[in-house]
Design a binder for this molecule. Structure first.
Ligand SMILES: Cc1cc2nc3c(=O)[nH]c(=O)nc-3n(C[C@H](O)[C@H](O)[C@H](O)COP(=O)(O)OP(=O)(O)OC[C@H]3O[C@@H](n4cnc5c(N)ncnc54)[C@H](O)[C@@H]3O)c2cc1C
Length: 360
């Protein structure tokens, strides 16, 4: 095939594939390639817990949250096979934090105080209160990426096991060197490398963004959720308990403080320290589950300096756009990141509408 495309998306995780889906939804005639070093959905997206918590620490993240929540709702309404499942959810925080909880959660979440936590395995700590919030859902993220990739594949050139080894902005186009020895020329490039922000092909381009990569850990709890069980978010601890109904066990996600992790370092599995840290916190809220937290998932994610996802040109010409650094929320914010990336594609590089019509 011809090497020239209008847009090349580098990285086939939830953000890259969602961005490809968004671009093609807006302009079906776009000549688009997705370049993925591994297989689509195999990076951070494969390990994602996939919880959508309807909150944001800043107005911009709340705006992205509302957009994304609505996007997933519409996607599911249009096709019930989309692997996104609505879930009841409670938030636990100090009783004195009612104001901040109301502020942080989006308007439609409408946090409502509850007398008792409607989650039999979880108990409140001293001085804590619980709120029920609306709009929560969770996804089987790898399955969602496959669902999106299926939509994209028949309209775009999705290349797996094809690494990008060089990104060379040049006048009028960007030359992408591929691990296969080929060169692909693209009018515009969206870099969506997940935690591989230090990849040699774009390390220098991305350095000014000051993205850092943090460990993300979740424990698997060997206890079956009952039908109707929902998520419990521990607001102050930035942790949550999530019933993975389709897998038949609970998941406990908690915050790790390990920074500057190399996503290519060989997996070492859970360490004794990670297991103990997670169990200690879980024991305070769900003592019956703590000792059943015996395994988990360990990977990492990209974090931006101000904890707002980055959608930003990284070359002088504005032809190379970075999209990502979603701070451990890349599933739930992917639709908003993708929409912002599509918005930033320069109009001059959008496909000619006449050609678009003739392509249909
Ligand atoms: C354990 C865990 C739990 C999580 N839980 C949640 C949650 O509950 N809710 C939530 O919203 N988010 C959660 N996240 C975060 C979320 O999963 C990530 O933010 C999201 O998956 C990032 O998507 P991405 O597309 O940016 O990155 P990725 O999925 O990592 O995709 C990037 C892709 O780029 C490819 N790539 C890298 N280098 C190259 C190259 N040179 N050439 C071509 N391709 C390349 C990689 O192979 C990879 O497939 C969690 C993350 C982890 C690790």
């Amino acid at each position: 095939m011809s090497g020239d495309v209008d847009v090349a998306v580098v990285g086939g995780g939830v953000i890259g594939v969602m961005t490809a889906h968004e671009i093609l939804s807006r302009s079906p005639g776009t000549r688009l390639a997705v370049l993925e070093r591994d297989a689509v959905g195999q990076g951070a997206s494969r390990r994602s817990a996939g919880l959508h918590i309807p909150r944001g620490a800043t107005p911009r993240v709340r705006e992205m949250t509302e957009y994304s929540e609505d996007f997933y709702r519409r996607l599911r309404a249009a096709d019930p096979s989309v692997p996104v499942t609505p879930l009841p959810m409670h938030v636990v925080a100090p009783a004195s934090a009612a104001g901040p909880v109301r502020e942080r959660y989006v308007r439609t979440a409408a946090p409502a105080p509850v007398r008792e936590l409607d989650a039999p395995r979880v108990r409140l700590g001293p001085g804590e209160a619980a709120w029920r919030v609306a709009g929560c859902q969770y996804a089987d993220v790898p399955a969602l990426v496959q669902w999106l990739a299926r939509k994209v594949r028949h309209r775009a050139d999705v290349r797996e096991a094809v690494a990008v080894t060089g990104v060379e902005p040049a006048p009028g186009a960007v030359r992408l060197r591929l691990g296969t020895g080929e060169v692909l020329t693209a009018g515009q490039v969206v870099l969506a490398p997940g935690p591989w922000t230090g990849g040699p092909a774009w390390r220098d381009l991305l350095a000014p963004l000051e993205v850092r990569v943090k460990r993300v850990v979740a424990l698997h709890v060997a206890a079956a959720p009952a039908p109707g069980d929902g998520a419990v978010v521990l607001e102050e601890q930035d942790a949550f308990l999530l019933p993975l109904h389709e897998r038949g066990h609970w998941l406990f996600s908690y915050t790790s403080r390990q920074w500057d992790v190399d996503p290519d370092a060989p997996p070492r599995g859970l360490t004794a320290g990670q297991l103990a840290e997670g169990r200690d916190l879980l024991r305070r809220y769900a003592p019956g589950l703590a000792d059943r937290a015996v395994s988990g998932r360990v990977f990492c994610d990209a974090y931006s300096p101000d904890r707002v996802p980055l959608i930003q040109p990284v070359d002088g010409d504005g032809r190379v756009l970075f999209a990502g650094a979603a701070n451990g929320s890349g599933y739930r914010l992917a639709p908003a990141v993708a929409a912002a990336a599509a918005d930033r594609l320069a109009p001059a590089r959008r496909p000619d509408p006449h050609r678009e019509r003739s392509d249909r």
